[in-house]
Ligand binder design. Structure first.
Ligand code: SF4
Ligand code: SF4
Length: 364
Protein backbone atom coordinates (compact mmCIF):
# COMPACT_ATOMS: atom_id res chain seq x y z
CA UNK A 1 0.00 0.00 0.00
CA UNK A 2 1.43 3.35 -1.06
CA UNK A 3 -1.00 5.52 0.92
CA UNK A 4 0.58 7.11 3.97
CA UNK A 5 -2.20 9.48 5.04
CA UNK A 6 -4.68 8.52 7.78
CA UNK A 7 -7.63 6.50 6.54
CA UNK A 8 -11.35 7.19 6.80
CA UNK A 9 -13.97 4.46 6.61
CA UNK A 10 -17.61 4.96 5.82
CA UNK A 11 -19.62 1.93 6.90
CA UNK A 12 -23.05 1.55 5.36
CA UNK A 13 -24.78 -0.14 8.29
CA UNK A 14 -28.03 0.20 6.37
CA UNK A 15 -27.92 0.20 2.58
CA UNK A 16 -30.78 1.21 0.28
CA UNK A 17 -33.29 1.49 3.13
CA UNK A 18 -34.38 4.91 4.36
CA UNK A 19 -37.46 6.69 5.64
CA UNK A 20 -36.50 9.75 3.55
CA UNK A 21 -36.11 10.22 -0.19
CA UNK A 22 -33.68 13.09 -0.60
CA UNK A 23 -33.63 14.66 -4.02
CA UNK A 24 -29.92 14.01 -4.47
CA UNK A 25 -29.91 10.40 -3.30
CA UNK A 26 -30.78 7.35 -5.36
CA UNK A 27 -32.41 5.52 -2.44
CA UNK A 28 -36.19 5.14 -2.82
CA UNK A 29 -36.03 6.29 -6.44
CA UNK A 30 -37.55 4.15 -9.17
CA UNK A 31 -34.22 3.60 -10.97
CA UNK A 32 -32.38 2.47 -7.85
CA UNK A 33 -31.26 -1.12 -8.45
CA UNK A 34 -28.81 -1.47 -5.60
CA UNK A 35 -29.03 -3.60 -2.48
CA UNK A 36 -31.64 -3.01 0.19
CA UNK A 37 -30.26 -4.58 3.31
CA UNK A 38 -29.24 -4.20 6.92
CA UNK A 39 -25.61 -5.03 7.56
CA UNK A 40 -25.26 -8.60 8.88
CA UNK A 41 -23.53 -9.10 12.23
CA UNK A 42 -20.53 -10.87 10.65
CA UNK A 43 -19.72 -7.92 8.41
CA UNK A 44 -19.70 -5.43 11.32
CA UNK A 45 -17.64 -7.85 13.41
CA UNK A 46 -15.12 -8.42 10.61
CA UNK A 47 -14.83 -4.71 9.89
CA UNK A 48 -13.91 -4.08 13.54
CA UNK A 49 -11.41 -6.93 13.41
CA UNK A 50 -9.85 -5.41 10.26
CA UNK A 51 -9.57 -1.97 11.92
CA UNK A 52 -7.77 -3.53 14.89
CA UNK A 53 -5.45 -5.50 12.58
CA UNK A 54 -4.71 -2.33 10.61
CA UNK A 55 -3.80 -0.43 13.79
CA UNK A 56 -1.48 -3.27 14.87
CA UNK A 57 0.32 -3.07 11.53
CA UNK A 58 0.82 0.69 11.79
CA UNK A 59 -2.11 1.94 9.68
CA UNK A 60 -3.90 4.88 11.27
CA UNK A 61 -7.68 4.76 10.78
CA UNK A 62 -8.70 8.31 11.71
CA UNK A 63 -12.47 8.15 11.22
CA UNK A 64 -15.15 5.51 11.02
CA UNK A 65 -18.47 7.02 9.97
CA UNK A 66 -21.45 4.74 10.35
CA UNK A 67 -23.55 6.05 7.55
CA UNK A 68 -23.92 5.54 3.86
CA UNK A 69 -26.75 4.85 1.51
CA UNK A 70 -29.45 4.34 4.10
CA UNK A 71 -30.54 5.60 7.51
CA UNK A 72 -28.29 3.91 10.08
CA UNK A 73 -30.69 4.36 13.01
CA UNK A 74 -33.24 2.11 11.26
CA UNK A 75 -31.02 -0.95 11.74
CA UNK A 76 -32.94 -3.35 14.02
CA UNK A 77 -29.73 -3.96 16.02
CA UNK A 78 -28.59 -0.33 15.98
CA UNK A 79 -27.81 -0.16 19.72
CA UNK A 80 -25.93 -3.49 19.65
CA UNK A 81 -23.84 -2.40 16.67
CA UNK A 82 -22.85 0.86 18.37
CA UNK A 83 -21.97 -1.17 21.45
CA UNK A 84 -19.61 -3.27 19.29
CA UNK A 85 -17.79 -0.11 18.21
CA UNK A 86 -17.89 1.15 21.80
CA UNK A 87 -16.27 -2.10 22.96
CA UNK A 88 -13.57 -1.59 20.35
CA UNK A 89 -12.85 1.90 21.73
CA UNK A 90 -12.92 0.70 25.35
CA UNK A 91 -10.34 -2.01 24.58
CA UNK A 92 -8.18 0.21 22.33
CA UNK A 93 -4.45 0.33 23.06
CA UNK A 94 -3.68 4.00 22.47
CA UNK A 95 0.03 3.38 23.04
CA UNK A 96 0.13 1.65 19.61
CA UNK A 97 -2.13 3.99 17.63
CA UNK A 98 -4.65 6.76 18.45
CA UNK A 99 -8.23 5.43 18.34
CA UNK A 100 -10.46 6.42 15.43
CA UNK A 101 -13.33 8.81 15.92
CA UNK A 102 -16.52 6.78 15.48
CA UNK A 103 -19.55 8.69 14.28
CA UNK A 104 -23.05 8.09 12.99
CA UNK A 105 -24.53 10.21 10.21
CA UNK A 106 -28.29 10.43 10.55
CA UNK A 107 -31.16 12.34 8.99
CA UNK A 108 -32.26 12.96 12.57
CA UNK A 109 -35.73 11.49 12.23
CA UNK A 110 -35.34 8.95 15.07
CA UNK A 111 -33.14 10.82 17.49
CA UNK A 112 -36.07 11.90 19.65
CA UNK A 113 -36.36 8.24 20.76
CA UNK A 114 -34.39 7.59 23.97
CA UNK A 115 -33.38 4.10 22.79
CA UNK A 116 -31.73 5.61 19.69
CA UNK A 117 -29.90 8.37 21.55
CA UNK A 118 -28.72 6.29 24.52
CA UNK A 119 -26.04 4.25 22.66
CA UNK A 120 -24.30 7.46 21.56
CA UNK A 121 -23.53 8.52 25.11
CA UNK A 122 -22.81 4.98 26.32
CA UNK A 123 -20.20 4.33 23.59
CA UNK A 124 -18.50 7.70 22.95
CA UNK A 125 -19.94 7.89 19.44
CA UNK A 126 -20.10 11.25 17.64
CA UNK A 127 -23.36 12.31 16.09
CA UNK A 128 -23.66 14.00 12.70
CA UNK A 129 -27.10 15.25 11.73
CA UNK A 130 -27.93 16.09 8.12
CA UNK A 131 -29.75 19.38 8.40
CA UNK A 132 -29.79 21.44 5.20
CA UNK A 133 -32.36 24.00 6.31
CA UNK A 134 -34.92 24.77 8.98
CA UNK A 135 -37.43 26.13 6.48
CA UNK A 136 -40.30 23.65 6.46
CA UNK A 137 -41.06 23.90 2.74
CA UNK A 138 -37.41 23.64 1.73
CA UNK A 139 -36.80 20.79 4.16
CA UNK A 140 -39.73 18.78 2.82
CA UNK A 141 -38.63 19.44 -0.75
CA UNK A 142 -35.00 18.45 -0.18
CA UNK A 143 -35.60 15.45 2.07
CA UNK A 144 -38.78 13.98 0.60
CA UNK A 145 -39.32 15.79 -2.67
CA UNK A 146 -42.54 17.20 -1.15
CA UNK A 147 -42.61 20.65 0.44
CA UNK A 148 -45.87 19.88 2.27
CA UNK A 149 -44.25 17.17 4.39
CA UNK A 150 -41.56 19.49 5.76
CA UNK A 151 -43.42 20.65 8.84
CA UNK A 152 -44.26 17.12 9.99
CA UNK A 153 -40.68 15.96 9.37
CA UNK A 154 -39.17 18.86 11.28
CA UNK A 155 -41.53 18.28 14.19
CA UNK A 156 -39.70 14.97 14.73
CA UNK A 157 -36.18 16.15 13.86
CA UNK A 158 -36.02 19.32 15.99
CA UNK A 159 -36.73 17.56 19.32
CA UNK A 160 -33.88 15.15 18.48
CA UNK A 161 -31.55 18.08 17.81
CA UNK A 162 -32.63 19.63 21.10
CA UNK A 163 -31.85 16.40 22.94
CA UNK A 164 -28.47 16.02 21.20
CA UNK A 165 -27.46 19.58 22.04
CA UNK A 166 -28.49 19.11 25.67
CA UNK A 167 -26.35 15.96 25.91
CA UNK A 168 -23.42 17.66 24.20
CA UNK A 169 -23.67 20.66 26.53
CA UNK A 170 -23.28 18.44 29.60
CA UNK A 171 -20.47 16.39 28.06
CA UNK A 172 -22.48 13.22 27.49
CA UNK A 173 -22.12 13.29 23.71
CA UNK A 174 -18.54 13.17 22.48
CA UNK A 175 -19.05 15.34 19.37
CA UNK A 176 -21.96 16.85 17.48
CA UNK A 177 -21.85 18.13 13.90
CA UNK A 178 -24.43 19.31 11.41
CA UNK A 179 -24.03 18.34 7.79
CA UNK A 180 -25.45 21.13 5.70
CA UNK A 181 -26.38 18.51 3.12
CA UNK A 182 -27.59 17.22 0.75
CA UNK A 183 -26.05 20.24 -0.86
CA UNK A 184 -28.86 21.89 -2.75
CA UNK A 185 -26.72 24.97 -3.12
CA UNK A 186 -29.35 27.59 -3.94
CA UNK A 187 -31.57 26.54 -1.04
CA UNK A 188 -28.66 26.21 1.38
CA UNK A 189 -27.51 29.73 0.54
CA UNK A 190 -30.96 31.31 0.68
CA UNK A 191 -31.94 29.71 4.00
CA UNK A 192 -28.51 29.79 5.66
CA UNK A 193 -29.08 32.80 7.98
CA UNK A 194 -32.31 31.29 9.28
CA UNK A 195 -30.78 27.81 9.57
CA UNK A 196 -27.98 29.30 11.68
CA UNK A 197 -30.48 31.25 13.73
CA UNK A 198 -32.53 28.12 14.41
CA UNK A 199 -29.54 25.96 15.42
CA UNK A 200 -27.90 28.62 17.59
CA UNK A 201 -31.22 29.38 19.30
CA UNK A 202 -31.62 25.70 20.26
CA UNK A 203 -27.98 25.65 21.38
CA UNK A 204 -28.46 28.77 23.50
CA UNK A 205 -31.53 27.27 25.22
CA UNK A 206 -29.46 24.21 26.10
CA UNK A 207 -26.37 26.14 27.19
CA UNK A 208 -24.26 24.76 24.36
CA UNK A 209 -21.71 27.44 23.54
CA UNK A 210 -20.55 26.30 20.10
CA UNK A 211 -21.96 24.47 17.09
CA UNK A 212 -20.01 22.78 14.29
CA UNK A 213 -21.18 22.80 10.68
CA UNK A 214 -19.84 20.79 7.75
CA UNK A 215 -20.60 22.14 4.27
CA UNK A 216 -20.52 20.17 1.01
CA UNK A 217 -18.88 21.91 -1.97
CA UNK A 218 -20.26 19.60 -4.65
CA UNK A 219 -23.62 18.09 -5.42
CA UNK A 220 -23.42 14.43 -6.28
CA UNK A 221 -25.45 12.63 -8.87
CA UNK A 222 -24.52 9.29 -7.30
CA UNK A 223 -22.73 8.06 -10.37
CA UNK A 224 -25.50 8.99 -12.71
CA UNK A 225 -28.54 7.66 -10.81
CA UNK A 226 -29.94 11.17 -10.64
CA UNK A 227 -30.01 14.23 -12.83
CA UNK A 228 -27.99 17.07 -11.42
CA UNK A 229 -27.75 20.49 -12.99
CA UNK A 230 -24.99 21.79 -10.68
CA UNK A 231 -21.69 20.83 -12.23
CA UNK A 232 -19.12 22.87 -10.35
CA UNK A 233 -17.95 23.13 -6.76
CA UNK A 234 -19.14 25.83 -4.38
CA UNK A 235 -16.76 26.80 -1.57
CA UNK A 236 -19.19 29.16 0.23
CA UNK A 237 -16.38 31.65 0.79
CA UNK A 238 -18.75 34.50 1.65
CA UNK A 239 -20.61 32.38 4.22
CA UNK A 240 -17.33 31.33 5.83
CA UNK A 241 -16.22 34.96 5.99
CA UNK A 242 -19.45 36.09 7.56
CA UNK A 243 -20.14 33.26 10.03
CA UNK A 244 -17.11 31.11 10.76
CA UNK A 245 -15.80 31.90 14.24
CA UNK A 246 -18.60 34.42 14.83
CA UNK A 247 -21.35 34.21 17.45
CA UNK A 248 -25.08 34.19 16.71
CA UNK A 249 -27.50 34.20 19.63
CA UNK A 250 -24.40 34.07 21.84
CA UNK A 251 -23.32 30.73 20.30
CA UNK A 252 -20.05 30.41 18.39
CA UNK A 253 -20.18 28.92 14.90
CA UNK A 254 -17.44 26.67 13.56
CA UNK A 255 -17.53 25.76 9.88
CA UNK A 256 -15.50 23.42 7.71
CA UNK A 257 -15.77 21.96 4.22
CA UNK A 258 -16.29 18.21 4.12
CA UNK A 259 -13.07 17.79 2.10
CA UNK A 260 -11.11 19.24 5.02
CA UNK A 261 -12.57 16.57 7.26
CA UNK A 262 -11.02 13.81 5.17
CA UNK A 263 -7.89 15.64 3.98
CA UNK A 264 -6.53 17.69 6.85
CA UNK A 265 -3.71 19.24 4.85
CA UNK A 266 -2.28 19.65 1.35
CA UNK A 267 0.23 16.95 2.22
CA UNK A 268 -2.64 14.46 2.36
CA UNK A 269 -3.85 15.58 -1.10
CA UNK A 270 -0.32 15.16 -2.45
CA UNK A 271 -0.28 11.68 -0.91
CA UNK A 272 -3.51 10.88 -2.76
CA UNK A 273 -2.07 11.99 -6.11
CA UNK A 274 1.14 10.07 -5.46
CA UNK A 275 -0.58 6.86 -4.38
CA UNK A 276 -3.61 6.58 -6.69
CA UNK A 277 -3.44 5.94 -10.43
CA UNK A 278 -6.80 7.77 -10.58
CA UNK A 279 -6.71 10.27 -7.69
CA UNK A 280 -10.42 10.67 -7.05
CA UNK A 281 -11.31 12.31 -3.70
CA UNK A 282 -14.40 10.13 -3.33
CA UNK A 283 -12.65 6.84 -3.96
CA UNK A 284 -9.75 7.71 -1.68
CA UNK A 285 -11.49 6.69 1.52
CA UNK A 286 -13.21 3.43 2.28
CA UNK A 287 -16.87 2.99 1.70
CA UNK A 288 -18.03 -0.39 2.95
CA UNK A 289 -21.48 -1.49 1.74
CA UNK A 290 -23.78 -3.52 4.00
CA UNK A 291 -22.47 -6.82 2.60
CA UNK A 292 -18.85 -5.78 3.15
CA UNK A 293 -18.13 -4.73 -0.45
CA UNK A 294 -15.54 -1.98 -0.78
CA UNK A 295 -16.94 0.56 -3.22
CA UNK A 296 -16.45 4.13 -4.33
CA UNK A 297 -18.50 6.48 -2.16
CA UNK A 298 -20.63 7.39 -5.17
CA UNK A 299 -21.26 3.83 -6.37
CA UNK A 300 -24.60 3.78 -4.62
CA UNK A 301 -25.93 0.74 -6.47
CA UNK A 302 -22.77 -1.28 -5.70
CA UNK A 303 -22.11 -1.86 -9.39
CA UNK A 304 -18.36 -2.13 -9.14
CA UNK A 305 -17.06 -3.62 -5.85
CA UNK A 306 -13.31 -3.33 -5.35
CA UNK A 307 -13.01 -6.31 -2.97
CA UNK A 308 -14.79 -7.17 0.27
CA UNK A 309 -13.87 -6.59 3.91
CA UNK A 310 -14.94 -10.16 4.71
CA UNK A 311 -12.11 -11.52 2.58
CA UNK A 312 -9.42 -8.89 2.50
CA UNK A 313 -7.48 -6.67 4.89
CA UNK A 314 -7.72 -2.89 4.87
CA UNK A 315 -4.24 -2.77 3.33
CA UNK A 316 -5.21 -5.08 0.44
CA UNK A 317 -8.45 -3.19 -0.18
CA UNK A 318 -6.55 0.10 -0.26
CA UNK A 319 -4.15 -1.38 -2.82
CA UNK A 320 -7.21 -2.20 -5.00
CA UNK A 321 -8.30 1.42 -4.73
CA UNK A 322 -4.84 2.67 -5.59
CA UNK A 323 -4.86 0.53 -8.77
CA UNK A 324 -8.41 1.55 -9.78
CA UNK A 325 -8.86 3.19 -13.18
CA UNK A 326 -12.07 4.97 -14.23
CA UNK A 327 -14.75 2.61 -15.52
CA UNK A 328 -18.37 2.66 -16.62
CA UNK A 329 -19.50 3.80 -13.14
CA UNK A 330 -17.28 6.86 -13.46
CA UNK A 331 -18.67 7.66 -16.89
CA UNK A 332 -21.91 8.98 -15.36
CA UNK A 333 -20.33 10.64 -12.34
CA UNK A 334 -20.23 14.41 -11.95
CA UNK A 335 -17.57 14.20 -9.24
CA UNK A 336 -14.81 12.72 -11.34
CA UNK A 337 -11.62 14.71 -10.69
CA UNK A 338 -11.40 15.13 -14.45
CA UNK A 339 -14.60 17.21 -14.38
CA UNK A 340 -13.95 19.40 -11.33
CA UNK A 341 -14.38 23.13 -11.81
CA UNK A 342 -15.72 26.14 -9.93
CA UNK A 343 -12.62 27.30 -8.06
CA UNK A 344 -8.91 27.68 -8.72
CA UNK A 345 -8.13 24.79 -6.36
CA UNK A 346 -10.65 22.50 -8.08
CA UNK A 347 -9.31 23.27 -11.55
CA UNK A 348 -5.71 22.86 -10.39
CA UNK A 349 -6.49 19.54 -8.74
CA UNK A 350 -8.36 18.40 -11.85
CA UNK A 351 -5.32 19.16 -14.00
CA UNK A 352 -2.96 17.29 -11.69
CA UNK A 353 -5.37 14.33 -11.53
CA UNK A 354 -5.53 14.13 -15.34
CA UNK A 355 -1.76 14.19 -15.60
CA UNK A 356 -1.50 11.47 -12.97
CA UNK A 357 -4.04 9.36 -14.83
CA UNK A 358 -2.25 9.87 -18.14
CA UNK A 359 1.04 8.85 -16.53
CA UNK A 360 -0.61 5.70 -15.09
CA UNK A 361 -2.08 4.76 -18.48
CA UNK A 362 1.25 5.22 -20.24
CA UNK A 363 2.95 2.97 -17.70
CA UNK A 364 0.31 0.25 -17.77
S1 SF4 B 1 -29.39 10.99 1.59
FE1 SF4 B 1 -29.52 9.77 3.46
S2 SF4 B 1 -31.42 10.50 4.45
FE2 SF4 B 1 -31.53 11.10 2.30
S3 SF4 B 1 -32.62 9.42 1.25
FE3 SF4 B 1 -30.42 9.04 1.04
S4 SF4 B 1 -29.92 7.69 2.74
FE4 SF4 B 1 -31.91 8.66 3.22
S1 SF4 C 1 -15.24 9.33 -10.74
FE1 SF4 C 1 -15.55 7.14 -10.33
S2 SF4 C 1 -14.30 6.73 -8.53
FE2 SF4 C 1 -14.60 8.95 -8.63
S3 SF4 C 1 -16.42 9.44 -7.40
FE3 SF4 C 1 -17.10 9.13 -9.48
S4 SF4 C 1 -17.69 6.99 -9.63
FE4 SF4 C 1 -16.38 7.23 -7.85
Amino acid sequence: MRTRRPISINNSLVHGICNYSCRLCGVNKTNYRGPKEFQPYDVTKTLIKRILEAASSGIYVRYVAISGDGEATLHPEFADRLRMFGDMLRGWDASIMPPPEISVVSNGSSLYKPEVMAPFKENSISLIISFPTNDAESYGLIMKGDSEQGEALLSRVLPGIEKAMALRACGQLSKLYFHISPPEIEIIRRDFPETINCLTEIARRNELHEIELVLFPATSNRSGLLRNSVTSVEMYRDLFKRYNGQAVNGVKIRMQLVVKRFFHSRVEIVDLVRSFRFPCLWNANFFIAADGSSICCNDQSVRNPQGNILNESIETLMQCKERFLPDEVCAGCNQSPQNLKGSFQAVFFSLIARLRLLFAKIRS
